[in-house]
Ligand binder design. Structure first.
Ligand SMILES: [Mg+2]
Length: 510
């Protein structure tokens, strides 16, 4: 009996233990389920947050992409437009011309390029400032924006414009269009109580008549434009094969000129300046001559403009000055001459340190600075007064004299003249040609001489061609004389020989 109770007791204990274990397991499972549920909720919330972030990110990426695309579009447009005038720029013009020419060559069509360059645009900038200049450029661009033809208008830079036209059928139509374009550009521009007058030169060429490629077409239009400018501005010139021949000739001369500098073919010739009373040779002006191997002697007008364009001026000047200083040093030392004058071009003041170059050449050659006169032109001084003034003062401090050349051809004013370290005024040939029998001419020269005297500046008369002119100038008190009446420019050996001959004999031999 007791065994049965014991067994029963054991069974109850096991059952209770089992129950407790079940209770614990149930509690643990409930706890785990609660934890799982909480974690699941947390995960769900985190997931929702992540989705939101991903969505926002997606939106931002889309926005930024749109911004970048529009920025790229804007940059692409800007890179094809001229920022000042809104016309096509050179880049777009070149690309468009190349496309059109390719198409025209395939379709057997015709395209004409018109290049326009404003005449004396610098004057507008000088008179009205850059704002005025920009206003004029914008106004003209507005007139070119729509020329009523199939094509494209562009500003190529500065005051250069271009129009490509695809539907002109003949040379006659081209000429008419060029004339119309010129009239359109020439119409006065009025704004803010101001009136701007503009004139332009136009050159044009067409494909297939004058060229087979866009590069050739452009080059020929440029040649026509150059010709229009040379002929006197305000003109339209169409390309002709003659212009091509001239251009070839010019290109050959350019190549030869570069070689000439290396080969020492640019020589100084000397034109004496005499004392009109004593007949004594006072000094000489150095003038460049190109001793060409088969063309003979070429005067400066035939090669200096090319030298200026091809950046050869500095090389030519240094060669010329070095040689002249070496040639003349002994004549200065022995007192046969008092000075040597040499011409400087406006470009030399802008592009290099001309003062340093001259200083070095004087040192190298032992030529005394006090015997050197530098001739500069009136035009240059008046347009670059501040820059000129600085360089001229430096030259003056070295003991070099400054002469204002071709006086009477520009627009100098007395205030400007008195602010510069000038020792000489060289009266231009155009004034001297009037002194023998023109009362107005005489009065002008007398007035200039009085002004020069008041400023302490010496006057040299150049371009004297007759005895009457020389005599009138002596009577008027101007003694320094230069011109063909006395002597033409000559090479060194002839100058040396002539210095030994009395002036009377020289004049009789002219
Ligand atoms: Mg001169």
């Amino acid at each position: 009996m007791s065994v049965d109770r014991n067994e029963e007791q054991d069974g109850d204990d096991r059952l209770r233990r089992l129950m407790r274990r079940l209770e614990r397991e149930k509690a643990a499972r409930q706890q785990a389920e609660t934890l799982l549920e909480r974690k699941s909720r947390e995960l769900y919330l985190a997931n929702a947050e992540l989705s939101k972030l991903a969505h926002m990110l997606e939106e931002r990426v889309e926005e930024r992409t749109a911004e970048l695309l529009s920025e790229r579009e804007r940059t692409a447009t800007l890179s094809l437009k001229d920022h000042l005038t809104e016309l096509a720029n050179r880049h777009r013009f070149t690309a468009h011309l190349s496309d059109v020419c390719r198409r025209v060559n395939q379709d057997k069509g015709r395209v004409t390029v018109f290049l326009a360059d404003l005449d004396r645009f610098k004057l507008i900038n000088d008179l009205h400032g850059h704002e005025g200049g920009d206003f004029v450029l914008r106004a003209l661009a507005g007139r070119l924006l729509d020329v009523g033809r199939k094509g494209l208008s562009a500003r190529l830079g500065g005051d250069e414009f271009a129009v490509i036209v695809e539907d002109l059928a003949s040379e006659e139509e081209e000429q008419q269009f060029a004339d119309w374009l010129l009239e359109r550009l020439k119409a006065p521009i009025s704004a803010h109580n101001r009136r701007f007058s503009v004139s332009a030169s136009i050159g044009y060429a067409s494909l297939p008549d004058h060229a087979v490629s866009s590069a050739e077409l452009l080059r020929h239009a440029e040649m026509a434009l150059e010709c229009a400018k040379k002929l006197g501005r305000g003109l339209c010139v169409g390309f002709t094969p003659d212009l091509g021949a001239e251009e070839e000739e010019r290109r050959l001369l350019e190549l030869e000129l570069a070689l000439a500098v290396d080969r020492d073919e640019i020589l100084p010739w000397y034109q004496p300046v005499f004392d009109g009373v004593s007949g004594r040779c006072l000094g000489v002006e150095v003038l460049a001559r190109w001793q060409h191997p088969y063309r003979g002697i070429i005067l400066p007008g035939g090669f200096l403009p090319i030298a200026e364009q091809r950046n050869l001026l500095d090389g030519i000047f240094q060669q010329l000055a070095r040689r002249a200083f070496l040639d003349m040093a002994s004549l200065i030392r022995t007192g046969q001459l008092r000075y040597v004058s040499i011409n400087l071009s406006p470009r030399q003041f802008q592009s290099s340190d001309i003062v340093e170059i001259i200083h070095r050449l004087l040192k190298e050659t032992g030529f005394p600075p006090t015997a050197l006169v530098v001739e500069i032109t009136e035009d240059f001084i008046m347009t670059n007064l501040a820059c000129a003034s600085r360089s001229l003062n430096k030259l003056s401090r070295l003991g070099i004299k400054i002469a204002l050349d071709d006086f009477g051809t520009g627009y100098s004013n007395i205030a400007s003249l008195s602010s510069l370290p000038l020792q000489w005024l060289k009266l231009d040939r155009s004034l001297i040609s009037r002194v023998a029998n023109d009362h107005v001419g005489q009065a002008i020269v007398q007035a200039v001489m009085q002004m020069a005297q008041a400023l302490g500046i010496d006057v040299v008369a150049e371009g004297i061609e007759t005895r009457e002119q020389a005599q009138w100038l002596v009577d008027a008190g101007c003694r320094k004389h230069q011109g063909f009446f006395y002597s033409r420019p000559k090479p060194l050996e002839q100058l040396r020989a002539d210095l030994l001959v009395p002036l009377e004999k020289l004049q009789n031999s002219i």
